[in-house]
Every structure is written in structure tokens, then in C-alpha cells.
Ligand binder design. Structure first.
Ligand code: RUB
Length: 312
């Protein structure tokens, strides 16, 4: 359990972060955990796996990719521990491979919406969004990216580093400059932690005001999201929990202690209504947000059936 607990801690502290990465790491951890369980008793094995699954799911509440990945692996079958382990390996490896392919495919599909000479605004650090920009650049399109800092955790610094390594011209801007620069923007490309049945997108705090500014300026907003970021549970009316992170990410504890009447609010994500989103670019195609329900039914249908009995 030690390795799994360490990884869970890294996800909590955001050393491992980004919805896609968290999902792939969780799948790999379940696979690796299964190989280290020594019992030959299948019931005991199943109990241990459930415990591992719960630990991973409880690390961060917002990214739906995490429970979706865990459930994808926890669908394993087998009457013996041997069979169960083989099934887990197949499901986990399959999920990871599909996920990597999905990010690549999203790049290919999304790049078609980028024109030569476009200025693209992005927020936070999304591997799926970067895949679109990188694919457009590889297609020979000359693009310029405006990347927000994404306070308080500065994921924008990761974005500019990754774009720089690909040779893409990028400007780092403060989060509050989004509307100021919107007139220069041709296209907004961002990622997602979750997409609900009604087409709302949950992503890094600030995404919704960026989308609102883009909507006001009549600029297109593309969300890059693999299908496993869509929330089957939202179909049952469940709301996506917005993670509230430590105040110390915004203001150091000793500074905060100097005040008597001040508190810090630090939600990590926000909800962008579908009205502000033009397209959600998935690995199975670029869809209007209104079609989110279809993706849930077609691509995650199994999850609905399993929801009751998975119990993790
Ligand atoms: C990351 C974030 C990203 C999405 C999509 O938040 O909001 O935009 O997770 O990323 P955090 P990807 O840094 O708090 O994890 O496309 O890489 O899955």
C-alpha cells in the first residue's frame, strides 16, 4: 500500500496533476497494486482492490476522469486471483493506451479548426489543449499563444515551457488581462476536468470568465476533452464537486494570521455554461456541447449500468 499512498499524496499535493494524467496514473497504480497483493483468496483480493480504488478516488474530487479511470479498471473479472490480476492488467493497459491515443487524436481533430496566423488564448495547463496547438504548429500553421499564469498554482508556467519546447511563439499574461487581450484573439482553446450531461464544462478556476469574455467578443471557444472526462453521474442529477484548496496557496499562513477579519477562498475549478462553448473536441469527434449526453450514452454507457454495484 506504501507506493499507492505515496502516489495518492502526490495527486493531492498536485505533484501529479491534470485530469488526463491523474486518470492514467490511477489506472497504472491499480494495476501495480494488484500485482503486489499476495493473497490467493479472491474475496480478500477484491477487498484490497476496493480499498486501493477508494484511496485514489478520494484524492481530488473534481476531475471525473479519475473515478471513470478507476471504474474502468475495477470492472475486472475473474474467479481466481490469477484471472483477476490478468483482467486488471488488460483493462488498465487498455485505458492508458486509449487515453494517450485520445489526446493525440484530439490534437489532429482540433488542429483543423486552427488557421494559419491565428492567435490562441489558453488557460491553465491542459495536455489535450496543448495537443491541438502542437498539431496545428506541426501542420505548418504559424500560431501565437497567449497563456494565462493561472494563479494560484501557476500552471501557465508549465504551458509556456511546453509550448516553448515545441517552438511555438507564446506570451505569458496575468489572469486579469484576459479581456484586455481578447481583441487580439482568434480562438480560445482550453481543457476540461469534467463535462456534464447538459454540456457544461468544469475546468480550472477562471475558465468561465475567459469563456464569457470570448463570448462577448464573439470569439470561438474550443474545449479539448477526452470522452472519459464526461460525467455519467451528472445524468443522474449528481453535481460535480468543486474542489476548495488550502488558503495557503493564495496567502501564506503567517500573513493570514495577521488579520482578524480576513479569510481566503480558493476554489480550484469553475463551471462554464454550454452557451459560452462552441465546440468540445473529443477523440470521437468535435461536438457541440449540446451533444454531451450522446457521448455519455455511447462511450460511457457501461458506467451507468455499473454505477450501483461498483460501490467504491
Ligand atoms: C488542471 C486543469 C486542466 C484540466 C485538463 O487543473 O484544469 O485544464 O485538468 O488537463 P489542476 P488535461 O492543475 O488543478 O490539476 O488536458 O491535461 O487532462
Amino acid at each position: 500500500m506504501k507506493q499507492l499512498k505515496e502516489t495518492a499524496q502526490k495527486i493531492k499535493s498536485m505533484e501529479i496533476r491534470g485530469a488526463g494524467k491523474i486518470a492514467r496514473v490511477a489506472a497504472a497504480q491499480l494495476r501495480d497494486r494488484s500485482t503486489r497483493i499476495e493473497t490467493r483468496n479472491i474475496e480478500e483480493f477484491n477487498r484490497e482492490m476496493k480499498q486501493a480504488a477508494r484511496l485514489l478516488v478520494n484524492t481530488r474530487p473534481t476531475a471525473v476522469s479519475l473515478p471513470n479511470a478507476v471504474r474502468a479498471v475495477m470492472r475486472y473479472e475473474g474467479d481466481s486471483v490469477e484471472e483477476a490480476k490478468a483482467s486488471i492488467k488488460e483493462l488498465a493497459d487498455g485505458f492508458i493506451l486509449n487515453s494517450e491515443n485520445a489526446v493525440r487524436k484530439i490534437g489532429e481533430i482540433g488542429a483543423r479548426r486552427v488557421r494559419d496566423g491565428d492567435t490562441i488564448m489558453t488557460h491553465c495547463n491542459s495536455s489535450a489543449a496543448i495537443s491541438i496547438m502542437a498539431a496545428a504548429h506541426d501542420d505548418g500553421k504559424n500560431i501565437h499563444v497567449l497563456a494565462t499564469e493561472s494563479r494560484p498554482r501557476w500552471q501557465g508556467h508549465l504551458t509556456v515551457k511546453q509550448l516553448d519546447e515545441k517552438g511555438i511563439k507564446t506570451s505569458l499574461i496575468v489572469d486579469s488581462a484576459v479581456r484586455y487581450f481578447m481583441k487580439e484573439v482568434d480562438l480560445v482553446v482550453m481543457g476540461a476536468d469534467a463535462v456534464t450531461a447538459n454540456g457544461s464544462v468544469i475546468n480550472k478556476i477562471g475558465t468561465s470568465q475567459l469563456a464569457l469574455a470570448a463570448h462577448e467578443a464573439r470569439k470561438n471557444v474550443i474545449i479539448a476533452a477526452e470522452t472519459y472526462k464526461f460525467s455519467p453521474r451528472s445524468l443522474l442529477g449528481e453535481l460535480i464537486e468543486i474542489e476548495e484548496r488550502s488558503s495557503s496557496e493564495v496567502l501564506a499562513d503567517d500573513k493570514l494570521k495577521e488579520f482578524s477579519n480576513v479569510s481566503v477562498k480558493n476554489p480550484a475549478f469553475d463551471v462554464t455554461p454550454r452557451e459560452y462553448i462552441d465546440l468540445i473536441c473529443t477523440e470521437v469527434g468535435a461536438i457541440p456541447p449540446e451533444m454531451a449526453y450522446i457521448i455519455i450514452r455511447e462511450c460511457l454507457g457501461w458506467e451507468l449500468g455499473d454505477m450501483g454495484k461498483m460501490n467504491i
